[in-house]
Design a protein around this ligand. Structure first.
Ligand SMILES: *[C@@H]1O[C@H](CO)[C@@H](O)[C@H](O)[C@H]1NC(C)=O
Ligand SMILES: *[C@@H]1O[C@H](CO)[C@@H](O)[C@H](O)[C@H]1NC(C)=O
Ligand SMILES: *[C@@H]1O[C@H](CO)[C@@H](O)[C@H](O)[C@H]1NC(C)=O
Ligand SMILES: *[C@@H]1O[C@H](CO)[C@@H](O)[C@H](O)[C@H]1NC(C)=O
Ligand SMILES: *[C@@H]1O[C@H](CO)[C@@H](O)[C@H](O)[C@H]1NC(C)=O
Length: 658
């Protein structure tokens, strides 16, 4: 433009003689043009480091989204006075690599914030550097709950921590009533971090964790196989898998190989894996058919659709596996982190940006020579207070991390994942989000869509089998003669095999059968080698106390001395079984009930005897006894009086009626 203006002026002035004058005029114009370019460039650059592994899926995702986030942001906010300037470093899949990259950025570039690092183990070290230099470390992929902003105040997690999903996992386990579950996790900061939270969540729903399977990230295929064979012999069939993508890609094909992807098995993967499901190799997905998983739910939005389309277009040229797998949540979190930082930078943009470098003493190392960012505390507060609607949903930091939201539950079928429901912190398992009116926490299977389990089964596995290995419970039973209804030990003399029968044994068998998991046990008679009783009931109880038996079954009376050594069950011989019968009107409460036995015939008989007794007495007495003489009325009166008096008086020898 400048040259065009210049030439037009020179054209006009060509035939003029006042060339000197023209060049005199040109000077302020050029100055003016230069001035306007200067005026547009008053933006302050704001150095931000990016530390990611260039070769991992999550790293590539971040690297593809972060520059797009930056250009999108300043396209939408062109009037902003600050401009983030990115300095990207490769951490080379290594803790020390991440630390040295961060150190380089802090010391040589004097960055004001760092996005990354990628893994929780790397973050562990880098966070301490950030604290020392007062530089916020914004990670969108270090999800281990062992890292927290309580310990490292300059740590900002633009993601959810892994422990926010444990309630969702335990809700699934509770919904299907599985009483035992085995976590399988990799032996890294990422893997270990969530296990205590998971165990606690299971404890709350009375689900036992009988065993924890730890797999080293560098485990060989043989070591993985050995571990799987071990798990196979145990009774639990519910496994929670929490590991990195690279280990998972080797793990599940082995699972399928040993036949643990058959009917009866339950596999649940945590959100770290489910989020990356799209990126897995088709052969790995093939070995994961029937697996359940949960992933962070991303609400649909126009901005997201728009961004996804542009992302695809931009990366289409390369056409590698990475581009074909599509965008995932880590890219969105990275995108939102950049926006949050850019907003925060603008908020504090006016202040001078400087690092205060310590006085470097002799023989100090690089670590001791890191400066301290002067705007660090302000920037941290600005980022923490940033609120906006990002691509991954509401960007709202609480205690230095994104608040936990909704998880989408999925079932791996075909070459991808199929949604089977949602889990929300408030409502538990629900089929649809935004279902109105429901404010109760439920964990009901009926809220889930149909699930295809491993082995293409459609019935929910019960979660356990009778183990092929493991200790049997040793149950002592008394041997005795006499009353054999409760316990009877019979021994076949030809084979020496003992069989135990009786009411107590039946009760015990029934109880063990009703347990929601398998407990193998065997009855061991409390007998000598010749089959005779080895002692009294006291001795048997004492053997349980000595742990020679795990329990004893039999008609043992509960007495004070014995209960000092063992715990008794409630007595069950008086089982309290009763019948329910309809109630009849209770006549016994009637005041006239005493009349009931006095039937009419009885009254007649009594009356007849009354008269008959009086008559007989009259016949015998009236000739000698004056009382039975006189007028007829008097005689009748005496007769009846006498009969009546026999009811009331005890007549003695002397024959006075009174
Ligand atoms: C504007 O400032 C940026 C960063 O400070 C710089 O890289 C760029 O060259 C400047 N542009 C002009 C036209 O001076
Ligand atoms: C992890 O997230 C949960 C739920 O958002 C929260 O309650 C917990 O405090 C977080 N833990 C850490 C260590 O940040
Ligand atoms: C620095 O190192 C040199 C050589 O090891 C040593 O002679 C000197 O005393 C050290 N200085 C300090 C201040 O430790
Ligand atoms: C059964 O046990 C008795 C006593 O221990 C022993 O003498 C006998 O040989 C055993 N019989 C068989 C068939 O094992
Ligand atoms: C209680 O039983 C034990 C074991 O049978 C016995 O050694 C002990 O003497 C008993 N104690 C009393 C107070 O009866």
């Amino acid at each position: 433009m400048k040259s065009k203006v210049e030439s037009s002026w020179s054209l006009k002035m060509k035939n003029s003689a006042q060339l000197l004058f023209s060049s005199f005029l040109l000077l302020p114009l050029i100055l003016f043009l230069g001035g306007s370019v200067m005026a547009q460039n008053t933006t302050v650059s704001f150095n931000v480091g990016v530390v990611l592994d260039f070769d991992t899926w999550v790293g590539k995702m971040g690297l593809s989204c972060i520059p797009m986030a930056l250009s999108d942001f300043y396209a939408a906010h062109s009037f902003y006075k600050t401009r983030l300037v990115l300095h990207t470093r490769d951490s080379k899949k290594d803790v020390v690599g991440a630390a040295s990259a961060a150190l380089d950025l802090l010391k040589n570039v004097e960055v004001q914030a760092i996005i990354g690092p990628e893994t929780s183990a790397q973050a562990n070290f880098v966070l301490d550097l950030g604290d020392k230099a007062q530089v916020p470390i914004v990670s969108f992929s270090a999800t281990s709950p062992s890292l927290s902003s309580k310990q490292n105040s300059y740590f900002i997690r633009a993601a959810q921590n892994d422990s926010s999903q444990v309630k969702a996992i335990s809700a699934i386990v509770q919904a299907f009533g599985w009483r035992e579950a085995v976590p399988i996790y990799e032996d890294t900061d990422y893997g270990n971090g969530v296990i205590p939270y998971l165990t606690d969540a299971f404890q709350e729903i009375d689900t036992r964790v009988p065993y924890r399977s730890v797999i080293s990230p560098s485990a060989t295929d043989d070591e993985i196989l050995a571990e799987l064979y071990k798990l196979m012999t145990m009774q639990t069939r519910v496994f929670i898998v929490h590991m990195s993508r690279s280990l998972c890609s080797r793990f599940f094909p082995k699972v399928k190989e040993v036949g643990m992807m058959d009917e009866g098995y339950v596999w649940i993967i945590t959100d770290g894996l489910t989020n990356l499901l799209n990126s897995m190799d088709p052969t790995v997905i093939d070995s994961m058919q029937g697996v359940l998983g949960l992933r962070t739910y991303v609400p649909k939005s126009k901005d997201l659709d728009n961004f996804t389309a542009r992302w695809r277009k931009k990366l289409q040229q390369n056409n590698t596996d990475f581009e074909r797998s599509g965008l995932n949540i880590f890219g969105l979190w990275a995108y939102d982190s950049v926006w949050a930082l850019a907003k925060a930078a603008e908020k504090i943009g006016g202040t001078t940006i400087s690092f205060q470098n310590p006085e470097v003493a002799e023989n100090t190392t690089d670590l001791a020579a890191i400066g301290v960012s002067q705007i660090g505390p302000k920037l941290l507060q600005a980022v923490l207070r940033t609120r906006f609607r990002g691509l991954s949903g509401e960007f709202n930091l609480l205690h230095g991390q994104l608040q936990s939201t909704v998880f989408q539950l999925v079932n791996v079928i075909g070459n991808g994942a199929r949604e089977i429901g949602f889990w929300t912190p408030l409502n538990g398992i629900v089929r649809e989000l935004n279902a109105n009116g429901m404010n109760k926490y439920t964990t009901s299977i009926s809220n889930l869509r149909a699930i295809i389990w491993p082995g293409e089964s459609t019935t929910a596995p019960k979660g356990w089998v009778i183990p092929t290995s493991g200790k049997k419970l040793r149950i002592g039973v008394p041997v005795k003669d006499g009353f054999s209804e409760f316990v009877k030990v019979t021994r076949d003399p030809s084979t020496n095999v003992t069989t135990v029968t009786g009411y107590c044994i039946d009760v015990f068998d029934a109880v063990m059968k009703a347990l929601p998991y398998a407990v193998p046990y065997e009855y061991i008679p409390f007998a000598n080698s010749d089959g005779k009783s080895a002692g009294t009931y006291n001795d048997l109880v004492y053997q349980v106390f000595l742990q020679n038996y795990d329990a004893a079954v039999g008609d043992t009376t509960i007495i004070a001395n014995r209960s000092q050594y063992v715990d008794f069950t409630l007595p069950y011989t008086e089982s309290g079984v009763s019948m329910i019968v309809p109630v009849k009107d209770d006549e016994r409460k009637n005041a006239w009930i005493f009349l009931k036995p006095l039937s009419r015939n009885l009254w007649l008989t009594s009356g007849a005897f009354f008269i008959y007794t009086g008559f007989v007495i009259w016949v015998l007495e009236h000739r000698i006894n004056d009382d039975f003489r006189g007028p007829l009325g008097h005689q009748l009166g005496t007769i009846f009086w006498f009969s009546f008096s026999t009811l009331v008086f005890a007549h003695s020898n002397f024959s006075s009626p009174l």
